[in-house]
Design a protein around this ligand. Structure first.
Ligand SMILES: Cc1ncc(COP(=O)(O)O)c(C=O)c1O
Length: 273
């Protein structure tokens, strides 16, 4: 459970429409998709989507910001399902703010022009033009955020050291436990697929209860959840709700903390209903 900040752009395909890849047309240039919905937790089949995108000559970009601390994505499958571009944020991987990763297939990065100018990005400058350095340097104009990069490396080593299989097993058990407990609260509705098809987050509403009031009362009890539209207004429109409350679990949370969440929800409900 944590506070989560930041907005992200609407994706062309998110968890609400992950079966809609058939709509890719010959004119489609780029399919952008989250690997894990930050609201529903849905794990999207990115390799299957990639194969369909490639079949119509499109590229795929995967937003892995939400899934990175929970599961690995192999960008090189060798069967047409490879990932062309992948992005993730440092702060969601228990690392620093102000840094993230943009992965791109080398041959694509070689073809692309830099979008910013600055130091360390050229191989040769002439009076009328410049030759760019090889990727990734040509996209890293200016002095890089050295401190953040070192801290990010430490965060990656830490998560890899724990082992993704261990993280997954632990979080899956925590999610099942939390889901069962939350579902026992009258009027509480969890959105998204069943536990097996999602990452460890539960977004929910409770009949007749304001999400903001609920989140504030949980805060008083030391439980940090995110509430609101989570930068996904169209999804909330589709669900016909104006907001939801999201409890996010990670490998540092415990079953006792889930119990504490449930007690805090009951505490809030006594005051709000
Ligand atoms: C799926 C997804 N993409 C992107 C972001 C935003 O990342 P950043 O804060 O680095 O802009 C978030 C954060 O909430 C997210 O959940």
């Amino acid at each position: 459970m944590q506070r989560s900040a930041g907005c992200h752009l609407p994706m062309t395909c998110n968890s609400t429409c992950h079966n809609s890849t058939n709509t890719s047309q010959k004119k489609t240039k780029l399919v952008a998709v989250t690997s894990m919905s930050n609201v529903l937790g849905t794990i999207n089949p990115v390799h299957e989507i990639s194969r369909k995108a490639h079949a119509v000559g499109a590229k795929i970009l995967v937003d892995a910001a939400q899934s990175t601390p929970h599961r690995q994505i192999d960008v090189r499958t060798g069967d047409g399902g490879e990932i062309d571009f992948l992005v993730l944020s440092g702060h969601k991987l228990f690392g620093p703010t102000g840094i993230g990763v943009l992965y791109g297939r080398k041959e694509l990065l070689r073809e692309m022009n830099p979008f910013m100018g600055g130091g360390h990005m050229i191989s040769r400058v002439f009076k009328d033009h410049s030759n760019w350095a090889d990727p990734p340097a040509k996209f890293e104009a200016g002095t890089i955020p050295i401190v953040q990069a070192i801290a990010m490396g430490t965060a990656i080593d830490y998560v890899e050291g724990l082992g993704f299989a261990n993280i997954h097993d632990y979080e899956a058990a925590l999610l099942r436990y939390a889901t069962k407990k939350l579902e026992s609260i009258p009027g509480l509705k969890i959105y998204g697929p069943p536990c097996e098809a999602k990452g460890p987050i539960c977004s929910f509403t409770i009949d007749g209860v304001s999400c903001e009031d609920l989140a504030n009362l949980l805060d008083i009890k030391g439980v940090f959840v995110r509430h609101g539209h989570h930068c996904t207004m169209p999804l909330h429109d589709k669900l016909v709700i104006s907001a939801s409350v999201r409890a996010s679990f990670a490998m540092y949370n415990t079953h006792d903390e889930v119990d504490h969440l449930i007690e805090a929800v009951k505490f809030a409900l006594e005051r709000l209903t």
